[in-house]
Design a protein. Structure first.
Ligand code: AYL
Length: 545
């Protein structure tokens, strides 16, 4: 049977958004004057905070400094190596307002990981804090026509090409800021997509603004379109990931809410923030919800102010949701546990549970956000399926990326000519068009909501001269969701211990990519006729021992 394109295409039950021509920073700050004297972003560890009016001014001055003082040109790339601090918002929006394209990296990445990303997209300047200055300086040596490092919290050091953020903001330079086009790419987060190494995901102003409008859809949200009514948000998802940047930071800034976050998660700091700031909404990943539900330090008194919890980025179980409700002694009506589903490639949200949703839908990732369409296609025939049948989820909407940077092959494999994004996630929908995630066909491993590309770990292990073949898969873990496990084939008469392989990976890649799922030796790696690793067989093997 030929694929049926007309039938079984689902539209959002929530209608359409008006896709406009606003640029991201313009949209995020469109109403800031209404709450100019209210706190915007606060550091939950130090208490450092900026009011909206101040943040808006910092954004404008930062944009001028980047252009007028550092001589960056619109379209050039800037790389951020920053944890969740208030200045993150000033620097990233300053850069976007200046017409630069921002890529961000996890500050806990090794120099090799950051170097790969920043050379891939030709970064010309890096923004960081003192703690990661050695990392930034090390990486910058590999960058061509490098224009300088912005030191958040530090001073100018011209001989080392360092620009203190404060002096960049204070400098009296009048630069003409460029006129921006909403179709221009402004963000380049990295994602491995359905296969291979992490790739630059080209997101435009229009992609990101569309997604903000989609998740601000009044009918889906409790906010009913009201802005600035005093909500306080406590968030842990990093701003250097699309979830933390667009679905948390930008989403809440647009509405005038108070965003509290911390550069480093510790149970004590998090609980201190719950008590001190009395947040109404928490943004979490499933492993953080597990912390709230099970950690002995977290008491129900800490959670009294919380009305809504947004969970996303990895699968959540019903039993976890129930455990959490038991812990805070609230009912499903008193505290809303909302789920979001999406991908970096879709800015990120595509499915979300509406604020009022039926009791029997717990465990669903919700319904299509406005202006978004879905098809669930058969894994064997590619035909679009009806309700209650599992297949690959394909999505279409204004939030879907332009493509992968310098990688037409991967773009064509992920997006078809009709604009459908193939997610690599296996789902079904029920008769009310609520979706359920059941499996993943893509290689991606999710460790505490973080993306881990098996190819990246395999490439590292292959560098060991003793190794003949290798495959990495995710094995289930109660707290992390999944953990990477390596299956290794050694060359004849060669020896390596599990620990040697573990240590080698640990030296090259950041913590959450370490082989905590274990290392096992095999005679051969199961591959199909085309040479593709049969990962499902290994997953079964991996979860047995
Ligand atoms: P990336 N349930 C199950 N799996 C999920 C979920 C979920 N709710 N959300 C994301 N995933 C998996 O690019 C899925 O395999 O974006 C998907 O293809 O790092 C992959 O993670 C994408 O990983 C929000 C909050 C969306 C977060 C996000 C996702 C950002 C993660 C909406 O409200």
């Amino acid at each position: 049977t030929a694929p049926d394109l007309d039938n079984n295409v689902l539209n959002s039950p929530w209608g359409e958004i008006k896709v406009g021509d606003e640029t991201l920073t313009e949209y995020v700050f469109s109403d800031y004057e209404l709450w100019a004297d209210k706190p915007s972003v606060t550091c939950g560890s130090s208490g450092r905070s900026y009011q909206y009016g101040m943040l808006r001014m910092m954004v404008e001055r930062c944009a001028m400094g980047l252009i007028g003082h550092m001589r960056l040109s619109p379209g050039e790339r800037i790389g951020l190596i920053l944890p969740n601090i208030p200045e993150f918002a000033a620097l990233i929006h300053g850069a976007i307002r200046a017409g630069l394209v921002v890529t961000f990296a996890n500050p806990l990445y090794t120099a090799e990981e950051v170097r790969k990303q920043f050379t891939d997209c030709d970064v010309k300047a890096i923004g960081t804090i003192e703690m990661y200055m050695p990392l930034a300086q090390e990486v910058s040596k590999s960058l061509k026509d490098y224009k300088g490092t912005i030191w958040v919290g530090g001073e100018d050091d011209k001989t080392n090409g360092i620009f203190g953020l404060r002096s960049l903001l204070m400098a009296d330079h009048k630069a003409d800021l460029p006129k921006l086009n909403c179709e221009d790419v402004c963000l380049l987060p990295y994602s491995s997509g359905t296969t291979g190494m992490p790739k630059g995901v080209m997101l435009t102003h229009k992609n990101l603004v569309s997604n903000l409008k989609q998740i601000q859809c009044p009918k889906m949200m409790k906010y009913k379109g009201e802005k600035g009514h005093g909500d306080v948000i406590l968030t842990v998802p990093p701003f250097f990931h699309i979830y933390g940047f667009n679905a948390v930071l930008n989403y809440n800034l647009t509405l005038g809410y108070h965003v509290v976050s911390m550069p480093k998660f510790t149970p004590d700091d998090y609980i201190k923030c719950l008590v001190e700031y009395k947040p109404t909404t928490l943004f979490v990943v499933p492993s953080l919800l597990a912390f709230l539900a099970t950690h002995p330090l977290v008491k129900k008194e800490h959670l009294v102010s919380v009305e809504t919890i947004m969970v996303g980025a990895a699968p959540t179980t019903d039993s976890l949701l129930e455990k959490f409700l038991l812990k805070c002694e609230k009912t499903k009506d008193e505290i809303k546990l909302l789920q979001g589903y999406g991908m970096t490639e879709s800015s990120p949200v595509t499915l979300m549970t509406p604020y009022i949703y039926p009791f029997n839908k717990i465990g669903s990732v919700g319904q299509l956000v406005p202006s978004t369409q879905a098809r669930v296609i058969s894994l064997t025939t590619g035909v679009s399926l009806g309700s209650h049948k599992s297949g690959e989820l394909c999505l279409r909407g204004p939030q879907v990326m332009k493509g992968y940077l310098n990688n037409e092959k991967a773009t064509l494999e992920t997006m078809d000519s009709d604009g459908w994004l193939h997610t690599g996630d296996v789902t079904y929908y029920d008769d009310d068009h609520y979706f359920y995630i059941v499996d993943r066909t893509k290689e991606l491993i999710k460790v505490k909501g973080n993306q881990v590309s098996p190819t990246e770990i395999e490439n590292v292990i292959t560098e060991l001269p003793e190794v003949a073949d290798v495959a990495v898969v995710g094995v289930p873990d109660a707290l992390a969701g999944e953990l990477p496990k390596a299956f290794v084939v050694l060359k004849p008469n060669n020896k390596l211990t599990e620990k040697q392989i573990y240590d080698f990976v640990a030296q090259k890649l950041t913590r959450y990519k370490h082989l905590e799922g274990g290392v096992a030796f095999l005679q051969t790696i199961p591959r199909n006729a085309a040479g593709k690793i049969m990962r499902n067989e290994l997953k079964v093997l991996g979860s047995k021992n």
